[in-house]
Design a protein around this ligand. Structure first.
Ligand code: ADP
Ligand code: MG
Length: 510
């Protein structure tokens, strides 16, 4: 007889059903797992054996075969421990086969039989709910699973609790979705920043329209400080976005315990981050920083210090909103619609424009340093701002009247206006911000008036704007007009185009 337990494998954010089949037959005692297990799955034998021992059960001296079907799909991760253990218990007649049939199970076992958290509980729960099944998962993740909606969840602290539940001796209670997480502890306020009005304005435009931003200036001018204040002016995730973002964080096991992500993600990987850490993949398929920043911000401080390969790998996700990770014999894709915010010094010593402080190699060192960033990458950044050193006079200024709360209110109003503008009939292609508008859509919503068009045409020739550059200027101009008018139908005028153009990078030699 073969015992069956359902579990899942993940392909990007998609869930694939996996059938765990356990057979105990005559023959020399052996315990094998087949069906393309990776190392973590292979090692699950030892954890399962120990966990059963902890229950006072020994594996029978038979030939035990565990098959993970479909056999041609690679199985990764430690969440197969629990379904394998349940399959064995069922094959040993400790658990009735028919009750298990209504559940999808996932969880990692410790040697003492306790269930440890695993990646992917939320997508697994959503899939189980869609198929009218229940879910068995580690106790710590019951709250996470409960977000999937109406489904029967058994969140067990250990295998013993599950056995008791199925025997009817001690029932597990249904976990509840916990109240949405409180907002993160108050983000630092824009009020702390003296001067830097241009940079603050650019930060507001970037936040309002979801545009990419690059700040360049000497050390200590406040670039990192400005970026750290971005989460404080971004609106929280909508309910639909929260679920979408939480799915990705569930897959990398970075979800706050039991909660859904509600604050917009803000990811700031160090410049030593590897390519795999940045865009995903590596020995195990995991979402990278670009996907963890989905619907939020990816902040790259000291941009030129990132490896060239890592920087170039960002181009494709920026353009398509998806990070494609290649595996041994196929590709998986994770959503990666993030806003890139970056900061850099103009040269290695950082004091290019200050003859008193600049090193002896200026301006050569600056050319070398900036050359680490490729043209195509820079072309994808809509807003380039210089953040000059703060003067003593600026530092002595009183605290600015306007802080994050006021800016956040304007950003939130403009985001709402964009949501209404793009909430159209286009199914499955949800545009939420001006930064995502493209092609015909962009032409119809961001067409400037005659004066604006004349200015843009003239500038395009002078600045040698690429077609991409042209569209990026239009998107920024649309956001500036939105901030200006607060009305979705207000036209993009010459002043808006002019301001958008002022944030374009002027290519060297122009
Ligand atoms: N515009 C500013 N207003 C007030 N303090 C500032 C400003 N710019 C820099 N500082 C001070 O200098 C420190 C370093 O700023 P930081 O943002 O790390 O600079 P950068 O990233 O440009 O090198 C901050 O922690 C803050 O104390
Ligand atoms: Mg800094």
């Amino acid at each position: 007889m073969v015992a069956h337990v359902s579990t899942v494998a993940f392909q990007g954010v998609d869930v694939v059903d996996v059938d765990v089949q356990v057979q105990m037959g005559a023959g020399l005692p052996a315990f094998t797992i087949v069906g393309l297990p990776d190392k973590a799955v292979g090692e699950s034998k030892e954890r399962v054996r120990a966990a059963l021992n902890a229950l006072g059960l020994a594996l029978p001296p038979k030939r035990i075969t565990v098959n993970l079907a479909p056999a041609d799909l690679a199985k990764e991760g430690s969440h197969f421990d629990l379904p394998i253990a349940l399959g064995l218990l069922s094959a040993m007649d400790v658990l009735p086969d028919d009750t298990l049939a209504r559940y999808t199970a996932l969880g990692e076992l410790s040697l003492d039989g306790a269930l440890a958290p695993v990646a992917g509980v939320l997508p697994a729960a959503i899939d189980a709910s869609a198929r009218d099944r229940g879910l068995i998962c580690p106790a710590a993740q019951g709250g996470e699973a409960a977000w999937a909606g109406e489904l029967d969840i058994l969140a067990a602290p250990d295998v013993l609790a599950l056995v008791n539940h199925f025997k009817g001796t001690q029932m597990l209670s249904q976990p509840v979705a916990r109240a949405r997480h409180e907002r993160a502890p108050a983000a630092p306020d824009l009020r702390d920043i003296k001067g830097q009005e241009t940079a603050k304005r650019a930060l507001e435009i970037a936040a309002a329209g979801g545009h990419n931003l690059l700040m360049s200036g000497p050390p200590g001018a406040g670039k990192s400080m400005l970026a750290a204040r971005l989460p404080g002016i971004l609106p929280p995730l909508s309910a639909a976005e929260a679920l979408e973002v939480s799915m990705i964080h569930s897959l990398s096991n970075t979800l706050p315990e039991g909660g859904l992500m509600t604050a917009r993600p803000f990811r700031d990987p160090h410049h030593s981050a590897s390519l795999a850490a940045l865009v995903g993949g590596g020995t195990r398929a995991r979402p990278g920083e670009v996907s963890l920043a989905h619907r939020g911000v990816l902040f790259l401080d000291e941009l030129p210090e990132f490896s060239r390969q890592a920087l170039e790998s960002l181009r494709q996700p920026i353009e398509s909103g998806r990070a494609v990770v290649s595996r041994a014999n196929h590709h998986v894709a994770y959503p990666a619609r993030f806003q890139l915010v970056a900061a850099m010094n103009p040269c290695r010593c950082g004091h290019l424009d200050d003859p008193a402080l600049a090193c002896s190699r200026a301006p050569r060192c600056a050319t070398d340093y900036q050359a680490r960033l490729s043209g195509p990458l820079l072309d994808r950044i809509d807003l380039h701002v210089d953040v000059p050193a703060v003067s003593a006079a600026d530092l002595a200024l009183p605290v600015p009247a306007e802080g994050s709360a006021e800016v956040a209110a304007r950003v939130s109003a403009v985001r709402e206006l964009q949501r209404r503008r793009y909430a159209g009939p286009v199914e499955g292609q949800a545009i939420l911000t001006n930064a995502e508008a493209d092609g015909e859509m962009l032409d119809s919503v961001a067409a400037p008036d005659a004066d604006g068009k004349a200015l843009l045409t003239e500038a395009a020739e002078k600045l040698k704007l690429s077609a991409r550059g042209w569209h990026r200027v239009l998107r920024v101009a649309r956001t500036i007009a939105d901030l200006d008018a607060g009305d979705a139908d207000a036209p993009v005028r010459r002043v808006h185009v002019a301001e958008a153009l002022s944030y374009r990078r002027v290519a060297p030699g122009h």
